[in-house]
Design a binder for this molecule. Structure first.
Ligand code: GLY
Length: 563
């Protein structure tokens, strides 16, 4: 009888859990939300949803439009990552559209005859550019996951390139920064410095060559970019200017579908970017370290101290172990394992900062260029996209092959051009991230989903090396109950192992916290300059509320909108 009861009970439990799982699977927000860095891109996404597209079509439209209206941050000449949630299959997939090094690239291509780094070549001009993945990513998203043809989803982007958009402050700041290098490349100058100077705010920026490149992509798919006229113009332009691309480099380019990395922190599931991004591993590793502290019970200074110490240790591992997994054995399981984090946590002292130089690892032997863009999409069926796309620095390499309208990336600077030599973000790396033909440079981009009984958050941000810590802090904020608006607004602080200093936005650390942290040996650099430009979408299961929020630091203040 007891056995029978037990088996009945098990049956009921099984039935109940199946029903629960079914209701979770069937759960739909019934509304869509998009948050991106530009109102025209957000609108492009909504227009495509209104035409019957899903979140993946909307992502194509947003990414296509950003390539036109946020040219300082991402574009067809760059690459990026798309983290997808396919609601009908309850499945997450990571689409890696990262740039790859051309076949003629070599480990010492940025060293001079004396073995000294020539970083300028990794930052400016055609030698700085990896083979772009952005276009292949759009083709892949539309073809495999979308409902609409690629050509339909690219209509808004083509329109904005043809008809123009109005220059705004953030893009003009980048043009000022890039003016000297850009002067070398006439095609770039013609579009962005129409009278030979930085144009005033509100100037109409038209990009007819980019419109033509987008039209070829829309009409022919991958072969409209990686072969034929576009490919020929890209390669001719690059080689005429001293670069090393070949038609074969473009023909060989493929996106890679990868399993995202996942972790768990106090009942919250984290889904994030795997290698060749360092983002997901570092975020989960930091959360694993922090899970051993009762953060809510710590004083503000103690909580920030242990968070900084977790950042330091995660970035040490980034420098030591991470690179393109096709080329190096990244110890992913170990780095994600809670036991590993316990060991790291054991070395954290509450009374003093650990000097980075006392941790074993790679040691260093610039100016931050926090470009890149992030957008988040949720559709009414619960499909999601977190996409972080980049051309790396402001206006990438500032090089535009004539007749293409595309600004090429300077993603080659994301490689470690020599062990311990800091890149443009002052990040260092080891042989794991050395340049090699066909290799993807290590990234910090971290498009991320958070899921718990509370609901879902879709987040990410630009910001170079600070992307990872910004996503960490906003994830912790959501876990404490923050809204989407609070997640994008909260003040930020950062540590990246080397330089061995805490950088913080004004207001991130109170005077008292600064005094306490300095007394423990932390070097602090507090500045009014904002970090990042985060875009977040959240969905609350209990209230059904769907929210979208754009970072107040991005001066193009567009509401992330819900529709
Ligand atoms: N280019 C910035 C990154 O991928 O981390």
């Amino acid at each position: 009888m007891f056995t029978l009861y037990k088996s009945y009970r098990q049956c009921w439990l099984l039935l109940a859990s199946l029903l629960l799982a079914g209701s979770v699977l069937a759960r739909e927000p019934g509304r869509a939300a998009i948050a991106s860095a530009h109102p025209l891109a957000t609108q492009a996404g909504y227009d495509i949803l209104a035409q019957g597209g899903n979140a993946f079509d909307a992502a194509v439209a947003v990414a296509g439009a950003l390539a036109v209206v946020e040219p300082q941050s991402s574009g067809l000449g760059g690459g990026g990552f798309f983290l997808l949630h396919i609601a009908a299959e309850n499945r997450d997939v990571f689409v890696d559209a990262r740039e790859v090094a051309p076949q003629a690239a070599t480990a010492d291509m940025y060293l001079d005859a004396a073995g000294q780094p020539r970083q300028k070549d990794a930052l400016n001009g055609p030698l700085a550019a990896g083979i772009p993945g952005h276009a292949a990513g759009l083709v892949h998203l539309a073809g495999r996951y979308g409902r609409l043809p690629l050509a339909d989803s690219l209509v808004p982007a083509i329109g904005h390139a043809e008809e123009g958009f109005l220059a705004y402050r953030r893009m003009l700041v980048g043009l000022r920064f890039r003016q000297k290098t850009a002067a070398l490349w006439p095609a770039f100058n013609e579009v962005f410095y129409p009278q030979g100077v930085v144009p005033p705010e509100g100037t109409l920026i038209r990009q007819p060559d980019l419109a033509a490149s987008l039209r070829r992509l829309a009409a022919e798919g991958a072969s409209g970019f990686y072969a034929g006229e576009t490919a020929q113009r890209l390669v001719d332009g690059v080689r005429d200017a001293g670069g090393i691309w070949t038609l074969e480099d473009l023909a060989r380019y493929r996106v890679v579908e990868r399993e995202p990395v996942t972790g768990e922190y106090h009942g919250v599931r984290i889904v994030s970017a795997p290698p060749p991004s360092s983002g997901g591993i570092a975020i989960i590793n930091m959360l694993n370290m922090l899970s051993g502290f009762d953060l809510a019970q710590l004083s503000d200074a103690d909580r920030k101290h242990v968070t900084i110490e977790a950042m330091r240790r995660a970035y040490r591992d980034r420098a030591q172990y991470l690179g393109d997994p096709r080329f190096v054995d990244v110890p992913v399981e170990r780095l994600l394992h809670p036991f590993y984090a316990s060991g790291q946590r054991a070395s954290i002292r509450m009374d003093r900062a650990t000097a980075s130089a006392t941790l074993p690892g790679v040691w260093p032997t610039a100016t931050e260029r926090p470009q890149t863009t992030h957008f988040s999409v949720l559709d009414a069926q619960g499909n999601r996209v977190a996409a972080t796309l980049t051309i790396n620095g402001w206006y990438g390499s500032a090089f535009m092959p004539p007749g293409t309208g595309m600004i090429l990336n300077n993603e080659m600077d994301d490689f470690a051009i020599a062990p311990g030599v800091p890149n443009g973000f002052q990040l260092i790396g080891s042989a794991a991230n050395a340049v090699a033909p066909g290799k993807r440079p290590l990234s910090s981009m971290a498009p991320t989903f958070l899921e718990s009984e509370r609901g879902v958050a879709i987040l990410g941000t630009p910001g170079g090396s600070r992307i990872i810590t910004m996503v960490l802090l906003s994830s912790l904020a959501w876990m404490e109950g923050a809204t989407a608006d609070e997640m994008v607004s909260r003040k930020r602080f950062h540590h990246q192992y080397f330089p061995d200093r805490v950088t913080a936005e004004t207001g991130a650390l109170s005077e008292a916290e600064q005094t306490e942290l300095a007394a423990r040996g932390h070097e602090l650099q507090v500045s009014p300059r904002g970090f990042g430009n985060m875009n977040v979408v959240t969905w609350d299961y209990a209230t059904g509320e769907v929210a979208a929020a754009t970072d107040p630091r991005g001066e193009v203040t567009i509401e992330g909108r819900v529709y």
